[in-house]
Design a protein around this ligand. Sequence first.
Ligand SMILES: *[C@@H]1O[C@H](CO)[C@@H](O)[C@H](O)[C@H]1NC(C)=O
Ligand SMILES: *[C@@H]1O[C@H](CO)[C@@H](O)[C@H](O)[C@H]1NC(C)=O
Ligand SMILES: *[C@@H]1O[C@H](CO)[C@@H](O)[C@H](O)[C@H]1NC(C)=O
Ligand SMILES: *[C@@H]1O[C@H](CO)[C@@H](O)[C@H](O)[C@H]1NC(C)=O
Ligand SMILES: *[C@@H]1O[C@H](CO)[C@@H](O)[C@H](O)[C@H]1NC(C)=O
Ligand SMILES: *[C@@H]1O[C@H](CO)[C@@H](O)[C@H](O)[C@H]1NC(C)=O
Ligand SMILES: *[C@@H]1O[C@H](CO)[C@@H](O)[C@H](O)[C@H]1NC(C)=O
Ligand SMILES: *[C@@H]1O[C@H](CO)[C@@H](O)[C@H](O)[C@H]1NC(C)=O
Length: 364
Amino acid sequence: MSLNRCHFGLLCVFITCQLYEYHFIKEQMSWDEARAYCREKYTDLAKVFDLTDMRRLQDSAQNQTEAWIGLYNITGGANRRWHWSLPGEEYTENKTCWRDGEPNDQASPENCVRTVDKWTDVPCTNTHQFICYNVNKTFHLNETSVTWTQAQSYCRQHHTDLASGLDQIYSEEFKKLQKSKGSTMNLWIGLFRDSWRWSDGSNFSFRYWDMDSFNDGLNNRTCATTLLERSGRWSSAGCDQRKPFFCYDDNMILIHEEKTWEEALYYCREKHHDLASITNRQEQAWLQEKAKNASTTFVWLGLRYTCTLGFWFWVTDDVIGYNNWDSKRKVDACGMSGAMDTAGEQKWVSKPDDNKFNFFCSKH
Ligand SMILES: *[C@@H]1O[C@H](CO)[C@@H](O)[C@H](O)[C@H]1NC(C)=O
Ligand SMILES: *[C@@H]1O[C@H](CO)[C@@H](O)[C@H](O)[C@H]1NC(C)=O
Ligand SMILES: *[C@@H]1O[C@H](CO)[C@@H](O)[C@H](O)[C@H]1NC(C)=O
Ligand SMILES: *[C@@H]1O[C@H](CO)[C@@H](O)[C@H](O)[C@H]1NC(C)=O
Ligand SMILES: *[C@@H]1O[C@H](CO)[C@@H](O)[C@H](O)[C@H]1NC(C)=O
Ligand SMILES: *[C@@H]1O[C@H](CO)[C@@H](O)[C@H](O)[C@H]1NC(C)=O
Ligand SMILES: *[C@@H]1O[C@H](CO)[C@@H](O)[C@H](O)[C@H]1NC(C)=O
Ligand SMILES: *[C@@H]1O[C@H](CO)[C@@H](O)[C@H](O)[C@H]1NC(C)=O
């Protein structure tokens, strides 16, 4: 068994390490046995948020060709779910975006989405032009017609991803690009559906299939592996085959007790490591999912306002670069600390520090 401690890996960026660690287990087991093993010793079979995670996962394996990850297929028609291609962008149902009568699986199955001004589900093998999104919030129109997967692949390689989420697709810049080529052009957007699920129940949308070895349709191949010799790309295999596997160990825990901000801080520092900080979009997505399970309407973060100096800071000393404040519910005043809403958009809000909420601790 090999333990990959992030702190020693060169490719491992500190900020991604505070969420979870991957562990590669050399022993060969069926997918179900592997899952039971991971749940006993760590948190669960490995889940993958994005390409950075994927590289980290690969770095923790040695000399293997194929290993289980925590993705499995629920066969049977009604189990598909919509996902945005961009990691961390959550899909919420909104009827007004779809054309009348869509999505309808007309040429069944129709698992990818194109837009003119409203959305239509079509087979992913159709070919259309597409718009990529960049992290600097600019867009790029590509006028070559390709399949959905090719479009996604191009965007991920040269930009960030296919344009995803209502904020992007209904932005002025997106509309401007769309209109520049006439109003009837069909474009791929980063919306797809499938029936694959992560073992721990999370909705991470990242998929990394190796199209040459992915046999969608062979219904006995319903567990996912990573092909370590094919740059880690994923394939499907029969779940009772025996393979080595990856587990993940969670570093962020939701404490189901109600405490004031200061009590929460002492609790975390005594029993674990510290109150949690959020320094990027992935950490927000990760904690956001956990926060839904809280018993209070807000969850404390390690975020504090100093009224002597007049600014917000993380008690972990992390720099506030990324932020997810709800500007309407942010009050800069003495005695205020930061919490995350457990419903809706789950933005950060300021709360008087004597309120009692659940909270997140980091383990190390
Ligand atoms: C991996 O394989 C290479 C060559 O096949 C060998 O030299 C190396 O010792 C192996 N590493 C491990 C950790 O087994
Ligand atoms: C649904 O989408 C429309 C854009 O088509 C947007 O204006 C509206 O705010 C969305 N509604 C919700 C609840 O997200
Ligand atoms: C935004 O990022 C893209 C891709 O990295 C780059 O091509 C483009 O020049 C950038 N635009 C601005 C305004 O920074
Ligand atoms: C558009 O995408 C295709 C492949 O998907 C690529 O070969 C081509 O270079 C791209 N064109 C532009 C102008 O970015
Ligand atoms: C995943 O998505 C489904 C439906 O879209 C939702 O019911 C479920 O609560 C989500 N799970 C998590 C952990 O957010
Ligand atoms: C996954 O399940 C869907 C039905 O929900 C099925 O159409 C598809 O072929 C399955 N994929 C694999 C690889 O078994
Ligand atoms: C899965 O199905 C294929 C074709 O139906 C068959 O050849 C193969 O032996 C099956 N594999 C397992 C593990 O059942
Ligand atoms: C939610 O919390 C309960 C304990 O209160 C726990 O048993 C359950 O596993 C949690 N679910 C998730 C998705 O974390």
